[in-house]
Design a protein around this ligand. Sequence first.
Ligand SMILES: C[C@H](CCC(=O)NCCS(=O)(=O)O)[C@H]1CC[C@H]2[C@@H]3[C@H](O)C[C@@H]4C[C@H](O)CC[C@]4(C)[C@H]3C[C@H](O)[C@]12C
Length: 322
Amino acid sequence: MCTGVRFTSAEGGMFFGRNLDWSCGYGERVRIMPKGFPASYRFLDDAPAAHAAIGMCVDYNNYPMFFDCGNDAGLAVAGLNFPGYAAYADAPEQGRTNVCAYEFPLWVAASFSSVDEVQTALANVTIVGASAGEGLGVSYLHWIIGDAARSIVVESRADGIHVLDDPVDVLTNQPSLEWHLENLRGYITATNDFPATATWRAADLAPFGAGAGMRGIPGDCYSPSRFVKAAYLNANYPEKSGEHDNVIRMLRTLEGVAMVEGAARMGNGDFEKTLYTSCFSAKTGTYYYTTYDDPAIRHVSLTDAAGAPADKLVCPEPGRDW
Ligand SMILES: C[C@H](CCC(=O)NCCS(=O)(=O)O)[C@H]1CC[C@H]2[C@@H]3[C@H](O)C[C@@H]4C[C@H](O)CC[C@]4(C)[C@H]3C[C@H](O)[C@]12C
């Protein structure tokens, strides 16, 4: 399972993060793709990246297969599993912008400055289900894309591409975003208020402490449950100022929907857990992350690649003080 979250600070800076939940890693690393990087595409003309980007990826022979990333214009994107619902074209379609599923985050981050720009381009996009390389297969994903103004979700389904506004700025896994948003209507009585003592006949029922109003918000790891809990937390977290408190907001919110080893097996019998949690700060171009085995916060910034040649992915030593 995975969860993505977006919000803005009191100053208007976007923070965009995700949990990557799976049983095993793919050798993922944080990489910076410099501006001007020769981005190559299977069915599109190769183009130098208009924007530098930073994020978690498989560095596949100097090609970043991003899981999630943010760029120097403050636009960010993350891919989350969507099997059973995602459907891609078998082959490129004439007259369309044909983007392979594995290329999608790179294409978004390298090419665009805002959600509006991506949304316009998506009107002519076909997602093609070509494999990235031998043995890599095709991942069936949907994507959340955010900037300082808003977020959208992109779902390529059997009936075509759906570009949906995401008014709660959260994404998990199956089913569709429309379903998750409709499902929230079952939880509208949840509140962070401290409830008054109730009187039932002669009994005065005082709350045990804080949290009574949140009862009913699910705490399990199932995709619909994580959507509800993440949406509740994202909607109720008080607005914060400055980098520190907003990074903490993101990491604590994602911790609220993190998967702990042993809680849930995948179909193959392996336990799923939150392999890493990330937070991209758009204003500073910094990518913060923690891993399951090392909860200390590490960070790498787009500025760490200043002056680096454009044709190589940059892998700076992560900082630990902040
Ligand atoms: C497994 C990851 C999604 C995690 C997630 O959503 N889990 C949900 C679990 S569940 O279904 O709901 O049980 C996805 C997100 C990004 C994916 C990777 C990226 O798409 C980049 C490449 C793409 C290649 O086609 C396959 C390898 C790969 C390296 C992908 C492996 C894997 O599918 C990743 C890592």
